[in-house]
Design a protein around this ligand. Sequence first.
Ligand code: FPP
Length: 234
Amino acid sequence: MDGNGRWAQERNLRRHKGHIEGCETVKKIVNSAHNKEIAYLTLFAFSSENWKRPGFEVRFLMQLLERYLVDYGEELHQKNICLKTIGQIEAFPRAVQKNLKILKEKTQNNTGLILTFALNFGGRQEIFNAVKKLIKGIGLSQKFEDELNSKDFESFLESSYLPDMDLMIRTSGEQRLSNFLLWKMAYTELYFSPKYWPDFSENDFIEAIHWYQTRQRKFGGLDLKSTNPSPTKL
Ligand code: FPP
């Protein structure tokens, strides 16, 4: 959800106004994903590197998240949305942690959209933590080396309940992964929108999904429908 700051600066507004407007976009896109019966939506709301920002901006983002949870928690529940988080939320203020806990518990049995907020999340850290948990749980042994497969490893990831990511949308014209869900993104289709996140509309979201639907996903194999499978002489 990139470009809140630039959206504000281009309007001679302070950066936090961009985050407020960005929060409005969150509401619209969550709503749209719910209406379109999308199974999973994961929003990168605060990266493990975002602590490098000035303290007042970090505090403002936390407050905004808290307000969102208080004001929209019930609506999410009514829409049968299940809220989850990935990332080290222990570093967040107690009030935010409390509100997240309440809402996650309340919505845990909901069967609609699985909405994940990535908070204080980093893809590399997630993989590294999984390695540590795995070593702690199984220990490094010959058995470990012989029998462990990548599915076992995945079960140690915090995001293990998520399937591989189909589509990643990044706004604001930047074309980077920025330490998002690295393990889940091995075959993700990448969509870069030039629009700043506050300007990203429901139509833009649907356009991105339509673009995704035109992609041929081969996962390293061949699309046998459009390829002559018989070997050709060199
Ligand atoms: C990146 O844009 C955006 C963020 C670090 C914060 C995202 C937060 C929200 C959209 C609002 C709150 C979220 C929830 C889940 C309720 P940037 O500020 O780095 O933009 P810039 O690159 O233009 O400076």
